[in-house]
Design a protein around this ligand. Structure first.
Ligand code: NCD
Length: 305
């Protein structure tokens, strides 16, 4: 593996290999503290980020690597002067051994990977994909349950929620998955994603009322409405807030996930519930990103895969 641009590009075998590495790192982190020694990673972020950038940077440092970083690439001289993403990548490939890219355009990471000599990891591309978030989501889920055969409710912004798109691709690697997609009409899952899911054997049930989600789902994946990506007519829609009261009908083993940041779509009265996994998810992000960079370095630089 050289680049990690989309969750469509990973096989079940590779995913399980990655989870095994992440599990090992979570348990025996010290043994990996020189894995990226002498290696420089660039974090190139054209859109805001707290968790993704800092967890990548923490992951690099925990593996003994070095960092060069730009948090606000859109405002940087090169972008302001009109430099293309491709040209910027062709420059940075001479400064770093791996590039972590967040950008506002859906095809940004793919374009970058086509021109880059060094590996590109997609850290969020417009309203398209956010594949490393999906890795940590599923890693967190499989710590609780065997994923084959799960029922999951995915809600909030299914149209622009890039974490949702990447998560659904990953879930399609498992068997007998049932997804309840709950969103207001204008933020439903786009048809092209639905078609892919169905072709891969996922059962997708569209819901417009919260009550249509059965009490025994294994996971509820709530998301933030991506206000910054909405068209004017999509703004000011009513939003569903998950709280202690409406969550009380679910089973003792229905877990709550959220990629974060939340605005108010999960009430803080759920934070103390042992089924609320969102902070664990964010922390698992470091281990899974360590595992991914470790694997890419081995595959690409050591084994020429
Ligand atoms: C998500 C993103 O950037 O897409 N955040 C994250 O990286 N965890 C979700 C969001 O912004 O709503």
């Amino acid at each position: 593996m050289k680049d990690f641009v989309s969750t469509k590009d990973i096989s079940r075998v590779e995913l399980e290999e990655l989870f095994a590495i992440a599990k090992d790192i979570k348990k025996n982190g010290c043994e990996f503290k020189e894995a990226l020694k002498g290696f420089i990673v660039a974090t190139l972020f054209y859109e805001p980020s707290t968790r993704t950038r800092l967890s990548f940077e923490s992951a690099v440092l925990r593996l003994g690597g070095s960092l060069i970083s730009t948090e606000n690439a859109k405002e940087n001289a090169s972008a302001k002067k009109g430099e293309s993403l491709e040209d910027t990548i062709k420059i940075i490939e001479g400064y770093a051994d791996m590039i972590i890219l967040r950008h506002n355009e859906n095809d940004s990471s793919l374009r970058a990977s086509k021109v880059s000599k060094v590996p590109i990891i997609n850290a969020g591309a417009g309203g398209g994909e956010h594949p490393t978030q999906a890795l940590l989501d599923v890693f967190t889920m499989q710590e609780k349950k065997n994923i084959d055969g799960i029922k999951i409710a995915i809600m909030g912004d299914l149209k622009y929620g890039r974490t949702v798109h990447s998560l659904l691709n990953l879930l399609s690697l498992y068997k007998n998955i049932v997804v309840y997609g709950f969103a207001v009409k204008s933020l439903e899952l786009p048809k092209n994603y639905k078609d892919i899911l169905i072709s891969k054997g996922i059962t997708y049930i569209e819901c417009h009322e919260f009550d249509e989600i059965p009490n025994n789902v294994d996971f509820i994946y709530q998301t933030r409405v991506q206000e910054e990506r909405l068209e004017e007519k999509e703004k000011h829609l009513s939003k569903f807030i998950l709280n202690k009261d409406n969550f009380s009908r679910f089973s003792d083993s229905t877990y709550i996930l959220h990629p974060l940041p939340r605005v108010d779509e999960i009430s803080t009265d759920l934070d103390g519930d042992k089924r609320a996994l969102y902070f664990t998810q964010a922390h698992n992000g470091v281990y899974i990103r360590q595992a991914l960079m470790y694997k890419i370095k081995k595959d690409f630089y050591e084994n020429n895969i």
